[in-house]
Design a binder for this molecule. Structure first.
Ligand code: SF4
Length: 550
């Protein structure tokens, strides 16, 4: 007789499941889950303040260093001098420097000049004057030492900012429109909902152990890449209910990129925090915890479909039905660069650092210039740009000139305007290639090489997103030209830094992922010439008003 091995084997497989808590799988199925269960990551703050800041880098428990520190925006940065070819073969401790990247969450991208000045001064004092504006409206420092972290927190929190849950399997910074409340094009101002979510839920242990990161966006203008967030509330004018939000879920890039799906519901602004809590709770309880690369909410949506997701959200978490919604009309790309009228008669000025790179000194000088112009409000954008609000018409030209003197141009070249880059090999342990410095050289090359077609390209800027590895922190797949860092073979047969090219991705009207063309790779040295060829072909063949991604 054949022993009955098959049915029990199937049963064992089914029992293992995907690690969803709601189905009873509470035992951790991988080291990350084990670490979160052993100790809630939010508890690491006390150890940093009481032990590590006094004992120094050597005193840090590795489980905290490479795990729980992220819940406070801290990552070890890459040891200098390790080339990208060795990224995948070295052990984590061989890549770790004794310095940290520190990410400050700026929910809604909203800063006062006082906050901006303090952020700049922290960089000058503790971060070797480094500061990047990320494409999630954060400010990111480097060269931070553990001994200084409690003092930095004191200063950051003293002006109402925080690093809590800036990274980790947690609710990250909530994106919001940089022009919330002042744009004549805005359907509804999402700011009150952002404030309420941050006040109620950020730093709450009930939401600090998610299967993976959870990215949120709330905007009445389509300027926060809502298609690629885990949850987005997109402003929409409902024919019966009026201005409110259309709920999207399950967007994400990296490997297995997915455009978010509309749940088909309309949410009034004062219900956004409750619905947000319902979705994050559903993700916490039903999200897949067995495999890290299948843990984002997009995989649950892909398996369930939106109908089941909505039903479970309504019946198990909200305990009520949501109102049916209508789709918001898609908009073209919006980056807020330039000088624009506000609805109150003042102006806002959007300026473009190259790929988000600024410095502490620049932030301090921006704060001073903005105050001299009579404003107190600055915004960060999801395109790595900076926007000054509330400028009187009489002050606009002076401020534009002063900001240009800091390298922040309100009338940038198309390349300076539309190039983004992630952190890359300078500081990121996962990186394979250089990104920020390459972006700066690329902008310089293209401004010279394509000066003759600058006007045509200004009408329809080609976005170039440079990423240091496949993780897509700078949104490879939604750029006109997306560049994924990898080691490639050059004409002499040498292994050098280069990129896999993705062409024709976009958001809004052009929402979709760029095509990854097989064998379409370019070395870093040849990148300028490659982009020039692509741009010249586009200029030669484009019809009136045509965008690259069309
Ligand atoms: Fe690092 Fe890769 Fe993200 Fe760039 S895309 S910041 S290299 S993880």
């Amino acid at each position: 007789m054949v022993p009955p091995t098959s049915p029990p084997a199937r049963a064992a497989k089914a029992r293992r499941g995907e690690g969803q808590w709601a189905l009873g799988y509470r035992e951790p199925l991988n080291p990350n889950e084990r670490s979160k269960k052993d100790d809630n990551p939010l508890n690491v703050r006390a150890r940093i303040e009481n032990i590590y800041a006094h004992g120094g880098f050597a005193s840090i428990d590795p489980a905290d260093l490479r795990g729980r520190f992220r819940w406070y925006g801290l990552y070890t940065q890459r040891k200098p001098g390790i080339d990208g070819g060795r990224t995948a073969v070295l052990e984590p401790e061989e890549l770790d420097d004794e310095y940290f990247m520190l990410r400050v969450r700026v929910d809604g991208g909203a800063l006062s000049t006082e906050q901006l000045r303090v952020l700049g001064e922290i960089s000058q004092t503790y971060g070797r004057d480094t500061a990047d504006i990320t494409d999630r409206q954060n400010i990111q420092y480097h060269w931070i030492q553990i001994e200084d972290v409690p003092t930095i927190w004191e200063k950051i929190e003293g002006v109402g900012l925080s690093t809590t849950e800036a990274c980790g399997d947690s609710p990250r910074v909530v994106l919001g429109s940089p022009v919330a409340g002042i744009s004549a094009d805005e359907i509804i101002d999402g700011t009150p909902a952002i404030h309420e979510i941050v006040k109620r839920y950020i730093g709450d242990p009930a939401y600090s152990n998610l299967p993976r990161k959870f990215k949120s966006a709330i905007s009445g203008v389509q300027d926060v890449a809502h298609e690629v967030n885990d949850i987005s509330f997109v402003g929409v004018d409902h024919p019966e209910h009026g201005p409110g939000f259309d709920l999207w879920v399950g967007g994400g890039l990296s490997t297995n990129p997915m455009i978010a799906k509309r749940l088909g519901v309309w949410v009034p602004r004062d219900e956004v925090p409750d619905v947000w809590e319902g979705v994050i709770s559903l993700f916490r309880d039903y999200g897949y915890r067995r495999l890290r690369h299948r843990a984002r909410i997009k995989f649950l949506i892909a398996d369930w479909g939106v109908d089941k997701f909505r039903e479970v959200l309504e019946t198990e978490f909200l305990k009520r039905k949501l109102l049916d919604g209508v789709a918001p009309p898609a908009s073209g790309p919006i980056d807020h660069v330039g000088v624009h009228p506000q609805k109150d008669g003042k102006f806002y000025i959007g300026v473009a650092p190259i790929a988000g790179r600024v410095s502490g000194s620049i932030l301090v000088e921006v704060a001073k210039a903005v105050e001299r112009a009579g404003s107190r409000r600055v915004r960060l954008t999801a395109q790595q740009k900076l926007v000054v609000l509330d400028v009187a018409e009489s002050e606009v030209d002076t401020l534009v000139d002063e900001l240009a003197g800091l390298g922040l141009h309100a009338r940038p070249s198309p390349w300076r305007r539309s190039t983004m880059a992630c952190t890359g090999i300078e500081f990121c342990k996962l990186a394979i290639v250089e990104t920020k410095a390459r972006a700066a050289r690329l902008v310089d090359e293209l401004e010279k090489q394509l000066a003759d077609v600058q006007h045509t390209l200004a009408e329809s800027a080609i976005s170039v997103h440079i990423n240091g590895c496949p993780n897509s922190c700078a949104r490879i797949q939604t750029a006109d030209i997306g560049l994924k860092g990898q080691i490639v073979t050059n004409g002499e047969g040498q292994q050098v830094e280069g990129y896999q090219v993705h062409l024709g991705g976009g958001l809004g009207l052009d929402a979709g992922f760029g095509r990854k063309l097989r064998g379409h790779k370019v070395t870093s040295a040849e990148l300028g010439d490659y982009v020039e060829r692509v741009a010249r072909n586009f200029v030669a063949q484009r019809t009136d008003g045509e965008r690259f991604a069309q």
